[in-house]
Write a protein that binds this ligand. Structure first.
Ligand SMILES: Cc1cc2nc3c(=O)[nH]c(=O)nc-3n(C[C@H](O)[C@H](O)[C@H](O)COP(=O)(O)OP(=O)(O)OC[C@H]3O[C@@H](n4cnc5c(N)ncnc54)[C@H](O)[C@@H]3O)c2cc1C
Length: 376
């Protein structure tokens, strides 16, 4: 009899896993999403480095409408006054088949949902109870429906509810005392940046990333600002901390602003149930300062899929070992970036800029810092 898998959560991780299972195996599966529809929030960009594009290509991403995506050639680093410090060439990691890609999150979700939407996706489903029954897992949902499955894949994000049913030890995400503010720019305004590239401006306790989302010249802006408190009703005051450092930025924050408090997973812990696995942010939530959250969601789905498809022995141990090794590499670099992008002292900023100028030109450094992440 075919084995059955329940995937909890239809975000990037859950949908990628579902696509891999649908296109490359004969497992039965169902995706259970707690919302009534998929979140296709327009104002949200995603950067995909080559490690994740390579995996997405195996499920047809290379055939996506090219007008909906962009391939930035590099990253330009500026101080908050818009003075250029140095640049990083991203094409060094590209090949003809896989290129560093930026796009709207909604474009990625639309692509991922296409093949699983009608048959394999159920909305408004939240786990109420789980029990083990004859070597399987019996899941009861709060709308009184149920499912009996061989494996459960927790892909329900950083605040994973699945974990609360299967794990005794609490590993609560921590607030990083920083807030992300996003908007979409129709023009680069008064900034002197190259719209074809990723621009990263570093200021006191904040940094801004601007990048093209598609061929329509829409630019995604995300600004990370350190603050001890998150008050969604007072984003303008928060943004003022950035604008006071460069008045030219006033115009870029005039549009519709969306904000999120930044959380991270303090400790990477294994699943304690041999039939339950975690992927994406449910496995580990990263800071966005290496732009690897979605990429790692895709990678984790792919790693787990390969182990399950081949019915490998010791899947749980092998998955945890490999996933935590990768997650630690990304986590370390995201943390270093978070720390160094936000120096408030001008001496530290000068020192950082000096080292950055030097390091971005060193192939060995770039390869050991980014290549190891992008070339997986
Ligand atoms: C400001 C910011 C910028 C970012 N920029 C980038 C970037 O440029 N590049 C990049 O790679 N990543 C980026 N990320 C990270 C990236 O968006 C996430 O890491 C990624 O989306 C995680 O995917 P996921 O599927 O694991 O979780 P989620 O996207 O959180 O999806 C989880 C899904 O599970 C559902 N769910 C939750 N609870 C339940 C439940 N109990 N039952 C059923 N369903 C449930 C949710 O509704 C949701 O649909 C950024 C993150 C932030 C905050």
């Amino acid at each position: 009899m075919k084995k059955k898998i329940a995937i909890i959560g239809a975000g990037i991780a859950g949908l990628t896993f579902a696509n891999l299972i649908k296109k490359n195996s004969d497992y039965e599966f169902m995706l259970y999403e707690k919302q009534e529809s998929l979140s296709l929030d327009e104002g949200f960009g995603i950067q995909l480095s080559t490690n994740s594009v390579k995996i997405l290509n195996t499920i047809g991403f290379n055939k996506i409408d090219k007008s909906k995506i962009f391939h930035p050639m590099g990253v330009d680093f500026y101080n908050i006054q818009n003075k250029k410090i140095c640049e990083l060439d991203l094409t060094q990691f590209n090949t003809e088949e896989k290129k560093y890609t930026t796009l709207k999150r909604s474009t990625l979700i639309e692509f991922l949902k296409d093949d699983v939407y009608t048959q394999h996706l159920r909305f408004g489903k939240k786990i109420k109870e789980v029990t083990e029954l004859k070597g399987k897992v019996f899941i009861k949902f709060d709308d009184n429906t149920n499912d009996l499955v061989d494996l459960v894949i927790g892909a329900d994000g950083i605040f994973s509810n699945t974990k609360t049913f299967f794990e005794k030890k609490k590993n609560e995400p921590k607030f990083k005392k920083a807030i992300a503010v996003r908007t979409i720019l129709k023009t680069k305004s008064e900034l002197k940046i190259d719209e074809q590239r990723i621009s990263l401006m570093m200021g006191k306790n904040c940094h801004i990333v601007i990048y093209p989302l598609n061929q329509n010249k829409e630019l995604n802006l995300v600004c990370i600002i350190r603050d001890k408190r998150y008050d969604p009703d007072n984003i303008k005051t928060l943004v003022n901390k950035v604008v006071t450092q460069n008045s030219n930025l006033e115009k870029v924050f005039e549009g519709d602003l969306k904000s999120w408090p930044l959380y991270f997973t303090p400790k990477i812990l294994p699943s304690t149930n041999s039939k339950v696995f975690y992927i994406g942010d449910a496995f580990n939530g990263f800071l966005p300062t290496l732009a690897q959250g979605a990429g790692q969601s895709i990678e984790s789905a792919h790693e787990l899929f390969n182990l399950i498809k081949d019915d490998k022995a010791e899947i749980q141990n092998t998955y945890f070992k490999e996933r935590s090794r990768r997650a630690k590499i990304v986590k370390r670099r995201s943390n270093i970036n978070f720390f160094s992008f936000h120096f408030s002292s001008s001496i530290m900023q000068t020192l950082r800029n000096f080292f950055m100028k030097f390091l971005v030109k060193r192939k060995s450094f770039v390869n050991s810092y980014l290549g190891i992440v992008y070339k997986n």
